[in-house]
Design a protein around this ligand. Sequence first.
Ligand SMILES: Nc1ncnc2c1ncn2[C@@H]1O[C@H](COP(=O)(O)OP(=O)(O)OP(=O)(O)O)[C@@H](O)[C@H]1O
Ligand SMILES: [Mg+2]
Length: 484
Amino acid sequence: MTEKKTNNWLRLLTGLSGKVLLLTIIFVMLGEVLIFLPSIANFRIQWFKTHIAQAEIAALAAEAAPNQIVDVELRSTILKGAGVEAVSLTRGDKRQLILRSSDEGMVDETFDLRPGMYYTTIGQAFAVMFRQQDRLVSVIDKPPAMSGDVIEISLHEWPLRDAMFRYGLNILALSIVLSLIVATMIFAALNRVLVKPMIRLSTNMMVFGEKPEDPSRIIKPSARQDEIGIAENELQSMQTQLQGSLHQKTHLAALGLAVSKVSHDLRNMLTSAQLISDRLGEVRDPTVQRFAPKLISSLDRAIMFLNQTITYGRAQELPPRREKLQLAEVVNEVFDSASLMAGTSIKLKNAVPAHVNVDADHEHLIRILTNLTRNAIQALETRRVVGNEVCITAARQVSVTKIKVCDNGPGIPPAIRNKVFEAFQTSARVGGTGLGLAISAELTLAHGGTLSVLETSELGTVFEVTIPDRVEVLNEKIHRISKT
Ligand SMILES: Nc1ncnc2c1ncn2[C@@H]1O[C@H](COP(=O)(O)OP(=O)(O)OP(=O)(O)O)[C@@H](O)[C@H]1O
Ligand SMILES: [Mg+2]
């Protein structure tokens, strides 16, 4: 318990609070020094002026003596009382009264304090404090009681030095007390306004970092509007985003594992189905004869795909094995397997001209177009009206094949329009995983192409797949053209 307390204090002193405290003390002391410099210089002048006032009174007292004759003893008492060695008063241009002690020596320096004649120099004040020997100085001023025009006194500097030290020590003590009071107040204020919220922020970061998936660890911003408030809000949105992507990653990882397991066992089941369907080819029934090859090829494709998934991991697709394909035939294959799903109420229209070729991986292209066709059929299924149609058209533009998959369905729900190509982001359809378009976009991209929504409204949707020819195919073509 006490160790924890000591640690807290240590953290307070070595942390931001300690630095704030130290800086406040330093700056307050610095402020005090700046005030001390002119005030010590002023103190010296006031000390001189006090002695001049006392000396004037002493001089006037001496003047009151009969015939202005003052005996030695009285003179020394008067001068001692005034704290000076000599005083002289001048009226007009005549020195009228001079009182001086018998042992007055030579004056070392004269200061004139009359208005316009002197200026307070901090340097002179400090020179007195650091001087090692006592000096006799003379000070000239206007007599404060106006007993004459000029008064001049001479006095020893040593008592001034003592008084200055006493004054300096008093100021120092006061400074320490003041700086402690001010520092404590500033410290308390800064601690409350800045340091504590900063500690809250950094503690929250540490706590959140230990378990970022825990929603209760996301910072709850205070209602502050200042920079700390902004930082809290930003941190909150960063933590929320991070948590979101963490959830997605965890989901993906779990799904990846599940896909591997499912693929493995599904492949085994499909292999048995394949063996059985092989036997179907021997049945003479014409309907069976028509559908058996399609069933067998679908199963072949499914097994091959599952094998790839198991071998190369969940997220990695094999690079496309591209070849020149007649697109209309590929669309026929896609529609053949989708026809059962479409039933009789949805017409599947292959409007791809026979001359349109595409340079693509057969398997990948089937997957792309199947996903788009299935989506269109699923969208149309929600509308019970006549005239439902899914149509695939295509055209070649220079070296790019542009394929359009159109439907006259209800359009993509507006809420998900911006993110249909993001995996798991679209849950508009019951039973949909939100993967179909993400996979199709990835497969198209692997061909150097693009998948985009050209139009979508309550009148229907058009998806466009563009697949450019490979560079080698292009070079070959250029070569052929240049030959002819
Ligand atoms: N032609 C379309 N018309 C209307 N909405 C569409 C169309 N194509 C896609 N969508 C919307 O986009 C969403 C995403 O489609 P996507 O194929 O990625 O996932 P899914 O169909 O929900 O699930 P699955 O992974 O099984 O394909 C769909 O749920 C659907 O709401
Ligand atoms: Mg889909």
